[in-house]
Design a protein around this ligand. Structure first.
Ligand code: FE2
Length: 457
């Protein structure tokens, strides 16, 4: 439920971003409008509700008095829209059709439009045929409606990451577009974004970046590159690598798939299986990327090598073919491990995401492909159950993961449903440390967390 709600928020934000790039009748805008309308109906149907509300406080999404960290970082377009409207959230009175969602995206995409008051914004919605979308007044922490717990203020202040995420996202997006139009790549911007991210390495808040998972259906190369950058940095930080290497690794993550900008979109985004020739073309992207970087000033040996070699396996297989007697450098192998893990756990239009546990099991079966020390360090860094994951325990009860805990496979969990099937009411949901309860274990993962839980930052 939490995951579906977070997905909905991010897809609403995606709809606004897509409408900024395209037009009302573009297939991607039409498809997202339909998907969002269907998703809202399905979500409301699960709880027998006739309306869905999304609250925003202090630039972050709120649900059940908690900040939603993943959507707050990845769903910026919707937060920005609310800020322009001067509202504290939206209430969607159902049913809403795809045409109404397109009109919502159109209003959201028009960044030139300013609203002097909430009344004026509501009037604009009514004129656009959106009287069924109500704009809530501004929310405040500890305010009258008590929608945000004061306690959360201290535990989840991840706002600095919001700007960094947006910066990284825009860097990859702009570079991919200009490279696709045979323009040049702005390596300086990628290094600047990487340096900003590396500047947060000493602070716990950076760990939030690993939990970003989102349905990035339009441009998954972009979300993928941002997450590979964050994962590579987290892993290198835990390995004790220097600050300057962290910044270079973040830049490498942002640039490693830049060659995909020159792969024809009908092959890159082809639904279904690729034929042999299409696969060969896709597999040219590391080499293409390295050439693009060589043609532009400001790159570094680490970034070049990681871009060229990020599909090379530890055992020498993979592509492009490696000259005899050479092996990939350790930084390249680090980006490779993070790249594979990200691809396995990502939402893609054609596959379900694996949980971190499933992804690591698969990688361990193929362990010759990965540098053993790097793979085990990544497992240690990320843990197996991200906070916010909904899990079933061996006694039949249901819980939400709160934090990693002292053992990899035994996190701290908050019980939401008792073993007799009864829901545990808010305020009476005990937190259990599974590390101290050997008879109890996680038997099933219902959904992988989007970091809906407040995290220690
Ligand atoms: Fe790649």
């Amino acid at each position: 439920m939490e995951q579906k709600y977070s997905d909905l928020i991010i897809r609403l934000a995606n709809g606004i971003s897509q409408r900024q790039m395209y037009f009302d009748t573009h297939p991607r805008v039409v498809a997202t409008s339909r998907e969002v309308a269907d998703q809202m109906a399905a979500l409301a149907g699960e709880t027998d509700a006739d309306a869905l509300s999304i609250g925003i406080c202090d630039g972050k999404f709120v649900r059940n008095k908690r900040y939603l960290i993943g959507p707050s970082i990845a769903g910026r377009a919707l937060v920005d829209f609310a800020a322009r409207l001067g509202c504290g959230g939206f209430t969607f009175v159902l049913p809403l059709g795809a045409d109404e969602m397109t009109a919502f995206f159109r209003l959201g995409a028009d960044r030139s439009q300013a609203y002097a008051s909430l009344a004026e914004a509501r009037a604009a919605f009514a004129r656009s045929g959106l009287a069924n979308i109500d704009l809530a007044g501004a929310l405040s922490e500890g305010g009258e409606d008590d929608r945000v717990r004061a306690a959360d203020q201290t535990t989840a202040d991840f706002l600095p990451l919001v700007g960094i995420y947006q910066d990284m996202y825009d860097t990859v997006s702009t570079n991919t577009q200009t490279v696709g139009a045979n323009g040049s790549v702005d390596t300086g911007r990628a290094f600047a974004a990487g340096t900003r991210l590396a500047g947060m390495a000493g602070q716990g808040g950076l760990d939030v970046m690993q939990f970003l998972r989102y349905p990035d259906y339009d441009s998954y190369t972009i979300g993928h590159s941002v997450r590979v950058a964050a994962l590579s940095m987290l892993l290198a930080r835990d390995l004790g690598w220097s600050q300057s290497i962290l910044a270079e690794l973040a830049a490498a993550g942002l640039l490693h798939d830049i060659g995909k900008g020159r792969i024809p979109p009908e092959i890159l985004f082809k639904p279904g299986r690729l034929d042999e020739e299409e696969r060969r073309i896709i597999e040219t992207h590391p080499e293409l990327g390295a050439r693009i970087l060589l043609d532009n000033p400001g790159s570094s040996a680490l970034v070049l090598s990681a871009t060229w070699g990020h599909h090379l396996r530890h055992d020498g297989k993979g592509y492009p073919a490696m000259p005899t007697g050479h092996e990939p450098g350790i930084a390249t192998e680090l980006v490779h491990v993070c790249d594979v893990f990200e691809a396995l756990t990502a939402h893609r239009p054609y596959k379900r995401p694996l949980s971190p546990r499933q992804a690591f099991e698969l990688m361990l079966r193929e362990e010759a492909g990965f540098h053993p020390r790097l793979l085990s360090a990544l497992i240690d860094t990320l843990g197996l159950y991200p906070p916010g994951s909904e899990v079933r325990l061996s006694d039949g009860s249901e819980a939400v993961v709160v934090s990693r805990g002292s053992a990899l496979d035994r996190p701290l969990v908050r019980i939401t449903r008792w073993m007799n099937g009864q829901a545990a009411p808010e305020g009476q949901q005990p937190t259990l440390d599974l590390a101290g309860l050997p008879d109890l274990e996680i038997s099933e993962i219902a959904s992988v967390g989007l970091a809906g839980e407040p995290l220690p930052c």
